[in-house]
Design a protein around this ligand. Structure first.
Ligand code: GLA
Ligand code: ZN
Length: 671
């Protein structure tokens, strides 16, 4: 199967420019010991390689590239445009951003360029041109890493002007725009394009930065800001591409990061790469979900561009990774589709706010550390895996819709409850599949639904054009759809579908939601299932009338006791489940069990287990990744007995047990 690199890249961000040269040699020796074969360089070196407007100086970067090339590294070459040099901001203050509060920034920090500054674009392009000319034909530079972690937003005058142009292209006439944003509300009608202002705190944005007076406007701003940054990415990518027609080009994404529409971005990337920084208390199911999202962006294997070997510095409490945790976390990443394991960073900085961020080489400077030994063990194991898992695919029976327009609109909405957070909502439903070892792919709203036996569309708040038809078609042909409260409510512009909730999904779900109750944090209702099971309901409760659907559970309390809380509607050859309230995990599991049984979906192993298991399919083999993230000692499922664990080279034995953070990769010949 096609894969982008000839081996599992193992390495990470490397900043030798922060160190005297004697150290470089030592680095090479130590990295070799850990089987490190890749380094991401030049990530924040703009000030070094362009000391002034008139002059470039690549002498040090040349030396770094030569050194790594001599050691046969896969070099991941960044373009350095994620942090501007001081001279640029001094001379052209317009390159700096204006923030949500309306404050004009000075030189400082990083990820700080106004995405619509033509001055920034001019200097960034010129720099990338120089870099590409110089390094694009070096065969060791196997990947280009454009900028770094694009993100944030800008509310400067340049952006405001560019936004008006963007809107003009989209709406053509000011009347259409007024209608889309429902500007009759609060007398907001505009007559000229230059009356439109950016929705920060000085305009229609609200103090908390989360809410807005006009969601239609704010969602368009989000789309525009994502596009603006994407244009910068494309600008740099196209320059590199001109110098090398087939080198791999990417930029590092950040999982379920809110500000950028990553499905749109992924279309412009050769491979998705991302930075995985869970905290010590992040559920493993949440990490897994992020991986499935990153794989889902292109429906292809991805790169783990960054993770810390031990701890972070920017969380409130930066715990160490426990012995074995980094290794298990790395395998979880591969288990969900990664073909690389890269760290931030290879040597711990001496100063700056990241000096206490974990690294492969610690401040002590030797290989005699727990962290290094763990990095080395993993390096040796990955080297022995060779190319066997590269390019192998995660095929899943379940698709879950994740959509940035929904993310934005759902969270901009005032009411019914502040407890509704998009990613948290998605995770509640994802968790059932994670707990049961049923593979999930996160898919876009216009994905290939027919590939999946079950589609889950939690809080499908915004239903965009053609979506109603696509979902109806899917279910009519035998698909099983699960959707929930807060679905089918608004169109692309955040205007409510009139004629009863859930709007365009009313026919498909066979229900009419008359009202939506919001529960106080201390309150709850319950959903009572036919077998008497009572599930705790929180956050919101839909008051549902059946319009052809069957009632699967009813509310137990309050004035709507006895009304449906969960329904099922047969539609063509398939059916749609509608969940009317935020149930506890057991309640969710009850509905999901019905749905997976309707869809004929089976977990990867027959008996329930707390082990996490995924499957990657190579040409003739299936690789089952079996991982223990619990505190319990767990037995390996009997299906795997007799098959080789490629990490030990030994067959799995009946009764084999796994402790916390143990991993097996079981290789099974495909029938
Ligand atoms: C991000 C950045 C890196 C570094 C790490 C620290 O992922 O891309 O440059 O700051 O965070 O965790
Ligand atoms: Zn700007």
């Amino acid at each position: 199967m096609p894969h982008k690199f000839g081996r599992i890249l193992y390495g990470g961000d490397y900043n030798p420019n922060q160190w005297p040269k004697e150290i470089w040699k030592e680095d090479m020796r130590i990295f070799k010991d850990a089987r490190i074969n890749s380094a991401s360089i030049n990530i924040f070196s703009w000030a070094k390689i362009q000391p002034s407007e008139e002059e470039y100086d690549f002498s040090q970067l040349d030396e770094i590239v030569e050194m790594l090339s001599a050691e046969n590294y896969d070099i991941v070459m960044a373009t350095s445009t994620a942090a501007m040099p001081a001279w640029m901001v001094k001379k052209y203050p317009e390159v700096a951003r204006v923030d949500y509060q309306g404050r004009k920034h000075k030189f400082g920090q990083r990820h700080n360029a106004c995405p619509n500054s033509t001055v920034f674009q001019k200097y960034a392009s010129a720099l990338v041109e120089q870099l590409a000319k110089r390094y694009a034909d070096n065969k060791h530079v196997t990947c280009w890493h454009i900028s770094n972690e694009y993100g944030g937003d800008c509310y400067c005058e340049n952006c405001e002007k560019a936004f008006r142009v963007w809107l003009r292209n989209k709406y053509k006439s000011i009347e259409t725009l007024n209608e889309a944003w429902n500007m009759e509300f609060w007398g907001h009608t505009v007559y000229e394009w230059d009356e439109i202002v950016l929705p920060n705190m000085l305009g229609d944005g609200m103090e908390d930065g989360i809410n807005t007076a006009f969601a239609g406007l704010s969602i368009d701003y989000r789309r525009f800001n994502s596009d603006s940054m994407l244009n910068n990415y494309k600008m740099e990518r196209d320059i590199v591409r001109r110098y090398n027609s087939d080198v791999v080009i990417t930029t590092n994404l950040m999982g379920a990061y809110k500000n950028l529409d990553y499905f749109k971005w992924a279309k412009e990337m050769d491979i998705v790469s991302w930075d995985n920084y869970p905290s010590l208390d992040t559920p493993w199911s949440y990490v897994a979900m992020n991986h499935d999202l990153m794989r889902g962006l292109k429906s292809e294997p991805f790169m783990l561009m960054e993770q810390t070997p031990s701890q972070q510095n920017w969380q409130p409490y930066n715990s160490l990774k426990r012995p074995g945790q980094m290794r298990a976390q790395s395998y979880q990443t591969i288990a969900h589709g990664a073909d690389t394991v890269q760290f931030f960073q290879l040597r711990r900085s001496v100063g700056g706010c990241e000096k206490f961020h974990g690294a492969v080489i610690a401040h002590v400077g030797t290989e005699d550390t727990r962290v290094f030994r763990e990095v080395k063990q993993l390096g040796e194991e990955l080297a022995s895996l060779g190319t066997s898992t590269l390019g192998s695919v995660n095929e899943t029976p379940v698709g879950m819709i994740f959509d940035w327009d929904n993310y934005w609109s759902f969270e901009y909405t005032s009411g019914p409850s502040v407890a509704l957070e998009y990613v948290d909502q998605i995770h509640r439903y994802y968790k059932y599949f994670y707990d049961n070892n049923i593979g999930v792919s996160m898919i876009p709203w216009d994905g290939e639904f027919a590939k999946y036996k079950v589609i889950v569309a939690p809080v499908l708040y915004m239903v965009k054009k053609s979506m109603k038809e696509a979902l109806e078609e899917y279910v009519k042909n035998g698909g099983i759809l699960i959707t929930t409260y807060m679905s089918g409510l608004v169109n692309e512009s955040d205007n409510v579908y009139l004629g009863g909730y859930p709007g365009p999904l009313r026919n498909l779900t066979g229900v009419w939601v008359e009202e939506i109750d919001a529960l106080l944090p201390q309150d709850q209702n319950e959903a009572i299932f036919a077998d008497g099971y009572r599930s705790k309901c929180t956050i919101v409760c839909d008051l549902i009338h059946l319009e052809g659907a069957d009632c699967m559970a009813t509310y137990g309390r309050d004035f709507y006791a006895g009304m449906p809380a969960v329904t099922k509607n047969q539609y063509g050859a398939g059916c749609t489940y509608y969940i009317g309230s935020c149930m506890d995990q057991e309640g969710i599991a009850k509905v999901m069990e019905m749905a997976v049984s309707d869809g004929g979906v089976k977990p990867l192993v027959a008996n329930a287990t707390k082990l996490e298991i995924t499957c990657r399919k190579a040409a003739d083999w299936d690789f089952y990744f079996v991982m223990n993230f619990t505190d319990e000692v767990l037995e390996v499922p009997s299906e795997f007995v007799g098959n080789e664990d490629v990490l030990t080279g030994q067959p799995v034995q009946a009764g084999d047990v796994m402790k916390k953070y143990d991993v097996k990769i079981v290789k099974v010949k495909r029938q």
